[in-house]
Design a protein around this ligand. Structure first.
Ligand SMILES: Cc1ncc(COP(=O)(O)O)c(C=O)c1O
Length: 424
């Protein structure tokens, strides 16, 4: 057995991993010569494509100048430029950029900042968190606590802190009940807040699309109603845009698409174009200013958090190159109509339902059918790979979230492969 212990994998029974030797645009090349079209951007990390030359070059150039430096008391040009550009790109009053390593750590940072914000404000009673049902925020302990309970987190429940979860009424095309469900969700959120008006430090939200929870899409109108309620009760709003950031919703950020001003936003994955692990938690000045004060005193408000690779220069250089590329493309705005065409191809398929699409994401639910050749997630994954596509259903949800370098024809080809597999 290989000493490479893989994530989310039962190593005793796992099939041998596929060896990837190269990546180019939306394709991965395997050691046996096969080319696989990456229909999920490798866990929605890769933003433009594999091996994107501009980003590779930026990393190479930076590596020859400065590869890493301690981030406390030091800075460097890529971190300074990236912070300034992120603040400009997020026209939301988010002004202070705190770097970490990946989606989960950006969430840990946001949770710790929100918690300490209220301690610094002498409101220690505000020490609980709200989250939306169906959310996923990562696999570290804090991020797992605020995520919806799942098979992955169940064994760790004794280690997690309690979180109050609010309903999140998802919308799928043709769902007329949604308005009613939204009313109910807001009423129930209001009752929770009224019962404990000064208990909650913050809420964490994946805006508009809950990714790992099953590509659950919901309306900006609901988020805006929720925002009004949260403002009334002074609950800080954390947007986890680890998945939705950098064009995934069809706009640069879910926050801008929804017209909402969060207090904290978490970014990672697409931040570096998907080349290197880097994350940012961006805070408003309101939050930042609560951490200013006298160090070493009893009420020391300093944010004592950091990681070895905080603001790594290579990651920052990759992110700058990625932002340049993003400024020159509109594909993330166009892709929604491509997904719509793909959904038309599958209309009427008896094994598929609840098509939904937003921006770069197309999704549907599938169900097992007696006599069908592929009836489990593992069987489906294998069937798609045999046909040259990387798709990885999230339970009953099948989704397509390709990198921006994919062509419309290649995306529709993926939908044809879905039809082929579901018809077997
Ligand atoms: C919305 C969201 N938040 C956080 C995370 C965790 O990110 P990471 O896997 O980089 O720790 C993910 C990962 O899929 C995510 O989709």
């Amino acid at each position: 057995m290989s000493p490479h212990w893989m994530p989310f994998t039962q190593m005793k029974t796992a099939a041998l991993p596929l060896e990837v030797v190269r990546g180019e645009g939306p394709y991965l090349e395997l050691a046996d010569g096969r080319r696989i079209l990456d229909g999920i951007s490798s866990w929605w990390v890769t933003l433009f494509g594999h091996g994107q030359p501009e980003i590779a070059k930026a990393i190479g150039n930076q590596a020859q100048r400065l590869e890493q430096v301690i981030a406390a008391g030091f800075t460097h040009p890529p971190a300074q430029e990236l912070s300034e550009r992120l603040v400009k790109l997020l026209p939301l009053g988010l002004e202070q950029v705190f770097y970490s390593d990946d989606g989960s750590t950006s969430v840990e940072v946001a949770l710790k900042m929100a918690y300490q914000y209220w301690r610094n404000k002498k409101a220690k009673g505000r020490n609980q968190f709200l989250a939306l049902k169906g959310g996923y925020h990562g696999d570290t302990l804090g991020a797992m606590s605020v995520s919806d309970p799942s098979l992955f987190s169940s064994v760790f429940i004794p280690l997690l802190f309690p979180v109050t979860r609010l309903d999140c009424p998802i919308t799928f095309e043709g769902d007329l009940e949604v308005l009613h469900n939204e009313d109910l969700a807001i009423e129930s959120a209001k009752a929770i807040l009224e019962a404990q008006p000064e208990a909650f430090a913050a809420i964490i939200i994946e805006p508009l699309i809950q990714g790992a929870g099953g590509m659950r899409m919901y309306r900006p109108e609901f988020l805006r109603r929720l925002e009004r309620l949260l403002l009334e009760y002074e609950v800080l709003i954390i947007f986890d845009e680890v998945m939705t950031g950098f064009g995934r919703t069809g706009e640069l950020f879910g926050a801008t698409k929804a017209g909402i001003h969060p207090d904290l936003i978490c970014l990672s994955k697409g931040l570096t174009g998907g080349f290197l692990p880097l994350a940012a938690t961006v805070a408003t000045n309101k939050v930042f200013e609560a951490f200013l004060g006298q160090q070493g005193t009893q009420d020391d408000p300093t944010f004592y958090h950091g990681h070895s690779f905080t603001a790594n220069p290579l990651g920052c250089a990759a992110a700058l190159a990625s932002l340049d590329l993003l400024a020159g493309t509109k594909v993330y705005k166009e892709m929604e109509s491509w997904h719509q065409k793909g959904a038309h191809l599958l209309e009427g398929n008896p094994r598929l339902e609840r098509f939904r699409h937003m921006g770069m994401v197309g999704a549907m639910d599938w169900h097992p059918t007696e006599g069908a050749a592929y009836n489990t997630v593992d069987q489906l994954k294998a069937a798609f790979l045999e046909r040259g596509v990387l798709l990885r259903p999230l339970g009953q949800t099948l989704y397509v979230l390709p990198p921006l370098s994919i062509s419309q024809a290649e995306l529709l080809w993926i939908y044809k492969k879905i039809e082929e597999v579901m018809d077997c």
